[in-house]
Design a protein. Structure first.
Ligand code: CA
Length: 233
């Protein structure tokens, strides 16, 4: 049983979500406002939060940013009725791991929640310590360093990095990355992937000011490849 936080001011959607998730054995705290969500998150640890971006009291993106801080280990999924892709990107940059655009079917949401809670094991245990140039990924300890510098990554950033690192030097398709890191039955936009790769590049190079980390190369129309060594200057 997982501890879930549902932040939704719409009575119909909120009732459907909480009833459905409880029927599938999860403990659900339903909050209708941003302040309510932040209070709930301050007093309890959640495994996953579903966050509507259109809240009556606070800006949803700001709530997302603050939830990320009080729930560092939780999966954050934003729910948005807005079709504007900018909101999704801003939400992902504010700390969300994934998003779902309204209207969605409950079955779709449940599948996504289950996939997140499974915590996909993207790297076989036999390869729990990966070293590529100056980059070290300790999968068991979930610790990443560039040179001597430790890099703080969010859950999905870590899994994405581990997935690329385990096959460093080899191209990995977008479909494979989305399936392995997010959901085996992905059928949404893959903007999530690009935002996470951008965040990874930013954090790795910020840590690698003295010793450059191995670059992650974009393979247009295919996917990404972690290079085995740093590119020549
Ligand atoms: Ca709303």
């Amino acid at each position: 049983m997982a501890e879930l936080l549902v932040v939704e001011d719409d009575e119909t959607i909120g009732t459907a979500l909480t009833t459905g998730l409880r029927a599938h054995g999860h403990a659900v705290s339903w909050q209708r406002t941003g302040h309510g969500a932040l209070d709930a998150a301050a007093g309890r640890v959640f495994d996953l939060a579903l966050l509507d971006l259109g809240l009556p009291d606070l800006d949803g993106v700001e709530v997302c940013r603050r939830l990320r801080l009080c729930l560092p280990g939780a999966v954050l999924v934003i729910l948005t009725a807005r079709s504007d892709e900018m909101d999704v990107v801003v939400g992902l940059e504010a700390g969300a791991d994934d998003y779902l655009t309204k209207p969605f079917r409950f079955g779709e949401l449940l599948a996504r929640v289950r996939a997140h809670l499974r915590r996909s094991a993207v790297v076989p245990p036999s390869q729990s310590l990966l070293t590529i140039g100056t980059l070290t990924v300790d999968v068991a300890a979930r610790r990443v360093t560039v040179g001597e510098q430790e890099v703080a990554l969010r859950t999905k950033e870590f899994e994405l990095l581990a997935r690329l690192a385990v096959e460093a030097g080899t191209a990995v398709s977008r479909e494979t990355l989305m399936a392995d890191v997010w959901d085996a039955h992905w059928y949404g936009s893959t903007k999530t992937l690009d935002v996470h790769v951008a965040a990874l590049r930013r954090k790795l190079s910020a840590a690698g000011t003295d010793q450059a980390p191995p670059p992650i190369t974009t393979l247009r129309g295919h996917g990404y490849r972690m290079e085995l060594s740093e590119s020549p200057a």
